[in-house]
Ligand binder design. Structure first.
Ligand SMILES: Nc1nc2c(c(=O)[nH]1)N[C@H]1C(S)=C(S)[C@@H](COP(=O)(O)OP(=O)(O)OC[C@H]3O[C@@H](n4cnc5c(=O)[nH]c(N)nc54)[C@H](O)[C@@H]3O)O[C@H]1N2
Ligand SMILES: Nc1nc2c(c(=O)[nH]1)N[C@H]1C(S)=C(S)[C@@H](COP(=O)(O)OP(=O)(O)OC[C@H]3O[C@@H](n4cnc5c(=O)[nH]c(N)nc54)[C@H](O)[C@@H]3O)O[C@H]1N2
Ligand code: SF4
Ligand SMILES: [Mo]
Length: 900
């Protein structure tokens, strides 16, 4: 084994754009070759200084063989690498020869490493000669990219994480930081507890866990951010916060922007009315901004994923430009990135409308230099298709071959059913992934196994422009290969051997670093050219460092942009952009009266291919739920905890309903994580209409008009099994990975008796085993519920499977099912199965704290003994791991105080 046992290897987290430093230690390997890997935060890493969130801490538990794609296949048949690479190269070559370079495309991802991304971009734009490489960052960061370019001349994030600690006012817009960037949130919590005078404002239509830190929450109507920030712009320019000197020296376009803002926001009353918050709250927000030079505005998908995404971004940037509060300690606009290498993809030019290295297609000199640098045979001369149009073009047969890498578009693109139809009709679909099963792989003609986190090695760049190394910890699973290798091998087979003859990731990184020198010479912001001198050893030892990087050892300072102007526009002045509030492209109607908002959960990552594996990450929110204001639900005769049907103009699905006052009336919310791989109906993007921002082409993922209605099912079941069952036939099902097995939430239109028979038929039968099985049936005639369990006696007594079937199941009562296969067969288990009422260790309730596995029941019981959240945390253990559940603990505490 190549990994040294005692050594802690420094690497970077696989998930969000915070880019936390991780230290990992391989402890041992089991007989199946699965590594046991211990993970802790890297105290020396400037992104997290040792902290990790629940997902980061569980990274070691995702390094399991289960579900991995282990070897290449063509049309479902195992194939050698050699044959598969030839097949892909020939397939692409043939289509290009017949139909031209724009008849093929790559659809890539912010989960690729910089080296992978660089090579993919070079192959498509430099050698195939098409702009048709786009990335899932289109769905994520493209509005911020476009907004930055409009205001700054380049895609530059001006500030750094250290500003979180230095700000006196932090405004979070469309960001659920507590769940999506938990370690940054913890930095804010720590800063505020040290300096309670620091103020926090959250602007989000929903009341999220992030609001538990907020001094002010503005639950604006979805989509109205431009009006809100136009109001702010009008207010700041009329106040002492207007920095005339900075504006005179460094900013253009202020007058026009302010004039447009005043049309939108003639008075604070009218703005408050439009955005749907109280006049007092709005005035308070504006006053705080005016009186606080150290204001940091942090924003994310509530801003970007909108048909007015770019305007939202510029509305925010305008307020910073006119106050000169940009790139200074504690003040500036801060777009936080989503994926681990969202920023790296933007650097290399992975978006279809960027050429390479922050250089643009419309710049002839840039094209010439890039062409020379790459010795490109036929450099693309124009931008390619952005994601949504790309899949339209596939459906229309204009794009005939697509290679999908490290993303799951059949789940994550809007109008996801149409994406499936497009893939189905495509002549050649190649998918590189780490898992053997996801919704996109269902359409792959060629499936190529890629190395995943813990196996792969390269560079990622986080939200503050800091590049960190991901390092391999364990050997690749099966025949998996690094993405850069797969792409380069195909490139060689397409006839570009010289340009893609890479021996290592280090070599690619050196080339990329050298290329940024071109950009720097042409007056761009991105420059890491000194790193081209690194040799393999330097690369392996590379510490986290931030760009721009004028010399290899300048990584110790914090680097900010624009405090003294120096924008990357022809006249070096920043631009205020005149923007006006526009109603979202699709309006609600009588047919679709509610607005569907979509987003993330604390412990899941995207389509769950990794975070769906460790049972402890599934316990917090085991089933997809639609959050609805009770009055909206009651208006449609929908009951709390029941399953409703949700429909939009493009799709329809069934989902469990949860009432909450955290939703505005008229708006509902559903998480993005479930897919066909683990549910009948959880793929929320099948509802999302494919509207995009006219400038960035980023989809409007947070605003789809929908209707809800009750689904009249007659029976429900929970089934705990040791191996997966085929649940396809049921009207509604969700699969959850639990300790030692799987749990299925099932509902159907057949009566309970019939459902029970169906379930029995799909339970694993092993006739040889029948003699050693005990089967127990418990009936609860009052509730019409049947509980059933099968015990195995050899080789040891254990519960084989268990189910409960009835006309309706109050989920509160059956949370113990999650633990049933992990519990030893004790009196508690038998009693619980008999009565349906949990006792002993099964009485935990829904899990709140993922690290310490503390359930809601233990927390509620603990409240009576405790005088503070702190004491409650100490008593129950909740929040003493990564701390990501502390906001929820605080909410529960507040609710408890209220009811007391
Ligand atoms: N746990 C977890 N963390 C993640 C991820 C994950 O999958 N799971 N994914 C990562 C990725 S790739 C990304 S991009 C980030 C996303 O991070 P965030 O952007 O913080 O996450 P979201 O939940 O998508 O959306 C944020 C909030 O925008 C609000 N919102 C919706 N519409 C509007 C609006 O019109 N105006 C305003 N002001 N707010 C609105 C939503 O209610 C939601 O609470 O998270 C990253 N971190
Ligand atoms: N409705 C709605 N839709 C959304 C969003 C939303 O808020 N609402 N958010 C959007 C955003 S911001 C994002 S970022 C996207 C995310 O959406 P996706 O990118 O589609 O989601 P993931 O599950 O992260 O898909 C990554 C895939 O790559 C695989 N993978 C992981 N590592 C590697 C690797 O190293 N190499 C290769 N080849 N494969 C790898 C994983 O197994 C997985 O199948 O979803 C977007 N879609
Ligand atoms: S905040 Fe959590 S998910 Fe994000 S990088 Fe840090 S540990 Fe990973
Ligand atoms: Mo994202």
């Amino acid at each position: 084994m190549t990994t040294k046992r005692e050594n802690w290897i420094k690497t970077t987290c696989a998930y969000c754009g915070v880019g936390c430093g991780v230290e990992a230690q391989v402890q041992s390997y089991d007989e199946l070759g699965n590594a046991r890997v211990k993970v802790r935060g890297d105290k020396t890493h400037p992104a997290n200084y040792g902290r990790l969130c629940s997902k980061g801490l569980a990274l070691g538990d995702t390094l399991v063989g289960e579900g991995r794609l282990l070897h290449p296949s063509i049309h479902g048949m195992r194939a050698s690498w050699d044959h598969s690479l030839d097949y892909v190269a020939k397939g692409f070559r043939k289509i290009i020869d017949q139909h031209g370079p724009d008849s093929v495309a790559f659809y890539v991802s912010g989960q690729l490493l910089t080296e992978d991304y660089y090579v993919a971009n070079k192959l498509m734009k430099g050698f195939i000669g098409s702009g048709n490489i786009d990335t899932n960052s289109r769905l994520c960061m493209s509005s911020s990219v476009a907004g930055h370019k409009r205001a700054f001349g380049t895609d530059t994030v001006p500030n750094v994480y250290a500003d979180f600690e230095q700000a006196n006012l932090v405004v979070m817009v469309g960001s659920n930081l507590a769940w999506c960037h938990p370690v940054l949130y913890q930095r804010l919590v720590a800063a505020k507890s040290q300096r309670p005078s620091m103020k926090i404002v959250v602007i989000d239509p929903r009341k999220t866990d992030t609001c538990s830190l907020a001094d002010l929450h503005l639950p604006i109507k979805s989509g109205t951010d431009v009006a809100l920030f136009n109001g702010l712009l009008a207010a700041v320019v009329a106040s002492e916060a207007f920095d005339k000197e900075y504006v005179d020296r460094h900013v253009e376009g202020v007058e026009k922007a302010v004039a447009a803002a005043k049309v939108d926001a003639p008075s604070i009353e009218e703005t408050a009315e439009l955005v749907g918050v109280s006049c007092d709250d709005l005035a308070c927000f504006y006053d705080w901004v005016i009186e606080t030079p150290k204001t940091l505005t942090l924003y994310s998908q509530g801003v970007n994923q909108s048909s007015a995404g770019v305007d939202k971004v510029n509305a925010i940037l305008n307020t910073h430009l006119v106050t000169g509060r940009i790139g200074k300690p504690g003040s500036g606009p801060f777009s936080v990135t989503g994926q681990p290498n969202a920023m790296g993809g933007r650097e290399v030019g992975g978006l279809a409308n960027t050429l390479a290295s922050h250089l643009e297609f419309d710049d002839e000199e840039a094209r010439e230099r890039v062409s020379q640098f790459w010795k490109a045979e036929r450099l693309a001369t124009a931008p390619g298709l952005p994601a949504v149009s790309l899949f339209d073009a596939i459906a229309e047969g204009k794009v005939k071959a697509v290679w999908v890498m490290a993303t799951n578009p059949a789940v994550s693109l809007p109008n996801a059913d149409a994406v499936k139809v497009a893939l189905e009709s495509c002549e050649l679909v190649v998918v590189s992934d780490c898992v053997s099963k996801n919704d996109t792989l269902n359409f792959a003609h060629v499936a190529l196994p890629a190395t995943g986190w813990g196996e792969k090695s390269g560079v990622v760049t986080n939200s503050e422009r800091r590049m960190s190394r991901q390092r391999a910890l364990v050997p690749a699973a099966g025949e998996a290969k690094p993405d850069w290798w797969i792409i380069s091998e195909v490139a060689k087979r397409m006839g570009y051997a010289e340009a893609f003859d890479y021996q290592s990731a280090a070599e690619i990184f050196q080339e990329y670093a050298a290329m940024t020198g071109l950009a720097a010479q042409m007056g761009r912001d991105l420059d890491i050219s000194p790193l081209k001198l690194m040799d393999e050893e330097d690369y392996n030892a590379m510490p986290p460092q931030q760009w721009p990087l004028k010399s290899p050892d300048s990584h110790t300072q914090h680097k900010r942009f624009f405090s003294e102007g120096g924008f990357f526009t022809p006249d070096a002045r920043g631009r205020c952009i005149a923007v006006s509030y526009q109603e979202p492209k699709t309006a609600t109607s009588n047919e679709f009266p509610l607005i569907l908002n979509t987003g993330r959960l604390r412990d899941q990552w995207h389509t769950m291919t990794r975070t769906g594996l460790p049972p402890k990450l599934n316990a917090h929110r085991p089933e997809p739920e639609l959050h609805v204001h009770p009055l909206d639900a009651k208006a449609e005769s929908i009951v709390e905890g029941s399953i409703a049907e949700v429909s939009s103009s493009v799709g329809r699905l069934r989902v469990r309903v949860r009432f909450t006052l955290d939703q505005r009336r008229g708006e509902v919310y559903m998480p993005i994580h479930w897919s066909d791989a683990n549910s009948s109906d959880g793929r929320v993007s099948q509802l999302v209409t494919p509207e995009v921002d006219p400038i960035s082409a980023q989809p409007e993922s947070k605003f789809t008009p929908v209707a809800i209605s009750p689904w009249h099912y007659k029976s429900c079941a929970l089934v705990a099994v040791r191996d997966p069952i085929d649940a396809m036939a049921y009207g509604y099902w969700v699969q959850q990975r639990i300790e030692n097995g799987y749990l299925y939430y099932i509902a159907d239109e057949v009566c309970p008796d019939q459902l029970q028979k169906q379930i029995e038929r799909c339970l694993p039968r092993n006739d040889a085993n029948q003699k050693t099985l005990t089967r127990l049936d418990f009936e609860d005639p009052k509730r019409g519920v049947v509980r059933q369990a099968r015990f195995e006696h050899q080789p040891q007594k254990r519960l084989l499977d268990a189910c409960v079937v009835g006309p309706s199941l109050d989920s509160q009562q059956y949370e113990w099912f999650v633990q049933i296969l992990a519990a030893p067969v004790s009196v508690d288990v038998q009693k619980t199965l008999l009565s349906g009422v949990a006792s002993g260790s099964l009485a935990e309730g829904r899990i709140v704290c993922a690290c310490k596995q503390v359930g809601i029941q233990r927390i509620i019981d603990g409240m009576v003994q405790c005088g503070s959240v702190h004491a409650l945390s100490a008593l129950t253990g909740a929040g003493t791991g990564c701390g990501s559940c502390l906001p929820e603990l605080q909410q529960l505490w507040a609710e408890h105080q209220d009811s007391a």
